[in-house]
Design a protein around this ligand. Structure first.
Ligand SMILES: NC(=O)c1ccc[n+]([C@@H]2O[C@H](COP(=O)([O-])OP(=O)(O)OC[C@H]3O[C@@H](n4cnc5c(N)ncnc54)[C@H](O)[C@@H]3O)[C@@H](O)[C@H]2O)c1
Ligand SMILES: O=P(O)(O)OC[C@H](O)CO
Length: 334
């Protein structure tokens, strides 16, 4: 018995909806806050979320609401699932209704572009009354919503609360593994999206499986370097929220980051790809923040730098790839 019975889920995109379904499956009472009135209507009246999670039948006991204050005030724990670049505004909007000591679990993956802050730093600044945790790992929303077996990292500085959250959300098909390394978990989740774009490019350009394996491995070294510089632990990066999520996202067409990279690799323009999507592709927004954070700490992240240059600085993809392959040989390791 976790003592956390009423869960408020803030954000009804694919992941928020899947997590709401998961919490219901774990036996919790769940209120799902949606920004879009049509999502509230679809969840309550037709038990689906066609806009963000098409083709998945939702538990009829899952209730959605457009009333943010009411959802927050009724919750014993909150899951924040807005896109990373909107998390600060989301925290500000709910701050007045959030009681002291409320557990707030960050489920978004990214780094704030304007400040290069990690999501738990954003929440600590905007919701000082909350106790923060991070949920991150290899978890495609549609598979989680369907109840397919999934494991994930739950990082919390308060071991007792972390255990209560594991018990509140865990089921045989959704297995949270407890950690106290918020920094490592967040950096893994943010950087893997940038690396997934790179792997998609490799596939779209037809560079082959060797190149993708090299990119994943050297990308993991970049991710680990940044996490260590920020005080994260290597074991976290070798776990579900690091290597696990990188393996998943960097090799599956289900990933929005990988598929965006694939389309870039095939020669399509970024604006055209993004113009055809209403879902979030976090790596596009995090690339510059990752590089900014790396520069601040004097860390080399050449793969992420190429992605940032191509996405945000108008660099030519082929010249950047050529430059990456021409880098001096170096010793292996982080
Ligand atoms: N989809 C997944 O499989 C998955 C898995 C794990 C983590 N995540 C993370 O969860 C977060 C949310 O992703 P998602 O897949 O649920 O999103 P989504 O692409 O399915 O939906 C977009 C979301 O963005 C919201 N949104 C759009 N414009 C907004 C604005 N101006 N202000 C505030 N919110 C706005 C929408 O309401 C919706 O909730 C991301 O950080 C993502 O990396 C997603
Ligand atoms: O579809 P993506 O690329 O946003 O990835 C979704 C999840 O983060 C996978 O763990």
């Amino acid at each position: 018995m976790s003592g956390l019975e009423r869960i408020g889920v803030i954000g009804a995109g694919a992941w928020g909806t899947a997590l709401a379904v998961t919490a219901r499956r774990a036996g919790r009472m769940v209120a799902l806050w949606a920004r879009e009135p049509e999502v509230v209507e679809a969840v309550n009246a037709r038990h689906c979320n066609e806009l963000f999670l098409p083709g998945v039948a939702l538990d009829p006991g899952l209730a959605a609401s457009g009333d943010l204050g009411a959802v927050v005030a009724a919750a014993e724990a909150l899951l924040l699932v807005t896109p990373a670049q909107h998390l600060r505004a989301g925290c500000r909007a709910l701050a007045a209704a959030c009681r002291p000591g409320t557990p707030v679990v960050i489920c978004s993956k990214g780094i704030e572009l304007a400040s290069c802050a990690l999501m738990h730093e954003v929440v600590a600044a905007e919701l000082p009354q909350a106790v923060v945790a991070v949920l991150s790992g290899p978890t495609f929303a549609a598979e989680v919503a369907r109840g397919l077996p999934t494991a994930i990292t739950l990082a919390c500085g308060d071991a007792g609360l972390g255990q209560a959250l594991v018990e509140a959300l865990g089921t045989p098909s959704f297995r949270p593994y407890l950690s106290d390394d918020l920094v490592g978990a967040e950096i893994g989740g943010a950087v893997k999206n940038v690396l997934a774009i790179a792997c998609g490019i490799v596939e779209g350009r037809g560079f082959g499986d060797n190149a993708r394996a090299a990119l994943i491995t050297r990308g993991l070294a970049e991710m680990s370097r940044l996490a260590l510089a920020r005080g994260g632990r290597i074991e976290t990066l070798m776990g579900l929220s690091g290597l696990g999520d990188l393996m998943l996202t960097a090799s599956s067409t289900q990933s929005r980051n990988y598929s965006l990279g694939f389309a870039l690799g095939e020669g399509r323009a970024l604006a055209e790809i993004l113009g055809g999507r209403h879902s979030v592709t976090e790596g596009v927004h995090s690339a510059a923040a990752v590089v900014g954070m790396a520069e601040k700490h004097g860390i080399e992240m050449p793969i992420c730098a190429v992605i940032d240059a191509v996405l945000n600085r108008g660099a030519d993809l082929d010249s950047e790839i050529e430059g990456l392959l021409a880098r001096p040989f170096r010793s292996e390791g982080v």
